[in-house]
Structures are given as structure tokens and as C-alpha cells.
Design a protein around this ligand. Structure first.
Ligand SMILES: Nc1ncnc2c1ncn2[C@@H]1O[C@H](COP(=O)(O)OP(=O)(O)O)[C@@H](O)[C@H]1O
Ligand SMILES: [Mg+2]
Length: 236
């Protein structure tokens, strides 16, 4: 498959379960090195990701973050929020002082709508939606250029889903981060995608601006997906 994504934009990667969406995300994150045979190239700001080693790979790992579907499994239950949010910054941006690191994560808690008193708490003290806010803050803490969001709202109640989508949309406008937003939910796609890539059986079958794909889907598979889903209203 082939696609491009600009800063401040969202590419929705849609398709049925097993079509290979998560695999694409993992390949971008360089998590499949050594375990899969990957051909082709991926570039981030001109860096060829697949050939990076050492400090440059370290830098790319900071620039691309991931948010997972299950906010219960993705946050270490033994770590306080303070450690959870600071861990990545300490590892990937070691030149930042402890005081600046703390200031950054306090600001991030404000941004994701959680009280600063969250810092001394453990993940189990939060609801699913709050945990996903924590996961978002954790990803943003290292100032990424791209976030791969792999079905980040699928495990949440519908009302909470909308809040998290709003939050992601607002944060993108503020920070200019790009999202590769993996989902099988076209309602979510309509809400926040600028571009859409449709996968089927490991291949890209349709790719284009969201308005165009939603209004005039070319591939019969996209047409079937669009017929099958309940809709959220698109945000103005
Ligand atoms: N291009 C590929 N070549 C070989 N196996 C693949 C490929 N793409 C996906 N798979 C395998 O197919 C399965 C489902 O892929 P996954 O990426 O998890 O799909 P999705 O996220 O769309 O549900 C995984 O076991 C993955 O290893
Ligand atoms: Mg998946």
C-alpha cells in the first residue's frame, strides 16, 4: 500500500478485522523488524524509517507514538500516573530536566481534561474514558509528529467515544500532530478523517480525500462498508 500524511491531518485506515490495519501501524512504528519480511519504504520528515539505526531510530521512536484500543491493558497497573506520563520523556528526551518534565505533564493533564491530582493515582482508579485520556497524554508527552491510534475508542461507551474524538480533534488543531487513525467504524471516520484509506485482504482498495470517498466510493467493498454503519454527525 502507498499513502502520505501531512502534519495536522488525519488519515483514517479502515477495513474489516484481519485486513492488516494494525500490521501497517506496527510496520511504521518499526515494531516488526526481525519478525516480518517487509518490502517498500516509509519516510518521516524525509527520514527513511526502515533504514534508521541507533540514535536516529531512537529519535523516530519519539516522533511516532501509538494509542491502543484497550486503555486497561496499555497502562502498567503498578505505575502511578506521574511515572506513566514521565517515563517516555525521561527515556527519549533525557536532556529535559525533572522540573521541566513535571511541568510538561501537568500541562498535558490540563489539556486532556484530567485534574493534576491524577499524578499520584494508579490506572485502576480511572474509568475507561479517563484511562484513554491518560494514554493520549502519555503519547503526547514526547511531542510526537505522528500518532498511530489503533481503534482508540472501540472499547468505550458511545458517549465517551464522542468526548475522546473531540479531544483528539482539538489537540490536533492545537499541536499540529498527524493521526493515522485505525478504525472499522465509519461514523468515526466521518467525524475526523481528512483522508481515507480502505484496506481489504492486506491491500489498499481505495484512497482519497474523505469527502470524496464518503460521497462517491469507487470500490464495491467501500460501498458495502458505508451501507453497513450507523452514523455520528460530522463536526462543523
Ligand atoms: N501483508 C501481510 N502479510 C502477512 N500477514 C499479514 C499481512 N497483513 C496482516 N497479516 C496478518 O494478518 C493478521 C491480521 O492482521 P491485522 O493487522 O491484525 O488486521 P486488523 O488490524 O485489520 O484486524 C495478523 O495475524 C497479521 O500478522
Ligand atoms: Mg487491528
Amino acid at each position: 500500500m502507498s499513502f502520505s500524511l501531512d502534519s495536522g491531518r488525519t488519515l483514517a485506515l479502515v477495513g474489516e478485522s484481519g485486513s492488516g490495519k494494525t500490521t501497517v501501524g506496527k510496520a511504521l512504528l518499526q515494531l516488526l523488524r526481525g519478525t516480518a519480511s517487509i518490502t517498500g519504504q516509509a519516510h518521516l520528515d524525509g527520514m527513511a524509517l526502515d533504514s534508521l539505526q541507533g540514535p536516529q531510530l531512537h529519535q523516530a521512536r519519539r516522533a511516532i507514538q501509538i494509542i491502543f484500543q484497550d486503555p486497561f491493558a496499555s497502562l502498567n497497573p503498578r505505575m502511578r500516573v506521574s511515572e506513566l506520563l514521565q517515563e517516555g520523556v525521561a527515556a527519549l528526551q533525557p536532556h529535559i530536566s525533572a522540573a521541566d518534565r513535571l511541568a510538561r505533564i501537568e500541562t498535558l493533564l490540563d489539556k486532556v481534561g484530567l485534574p493534576r491530582s491524577s499524578l499520584t493515582r494508579y490506572p485502576h482508579e480511572f474509568s475507561g474514558g479517563q484511562r484513554q485520556r491518560l494514554a493520549i497524554a502519555r503519547a503526547l508527552a514526547v511531542e510526537p509528529r505522528l500518532i498511530v491510534a489503533d481503534e482508540p475508542t472501540s472499547a468505550l461507551d458511545v458517549s465517551v467515544q464522542a468526548q475522546i474524538l473531540n479531544l483528539l480533534s482539538d489537540l490536533q488543531k492545537e499541536l499540529g500532530v498527524a493521526y493515522l487513525f485505525i478504525t472499522h467504524n465509519f461514523g468515526v471516520v466521518e467525524y475526523l478523517a481528512h483522508d481515507i484509506a480502505v484496506m481489504k485482504d492486506g491491500k489498499l482498495v481505495e484512497y482519497g480525500p474523505a469527502e470524496q470517498v464518503l460521497a462517491h466510493p469507487q470500490h464495491s467493498y467501500t460501498q458495502a462498508l458505508l451501507r453497513a454503519v450507523p452514523r455520528l454527525a460530522r463536526r462543523a
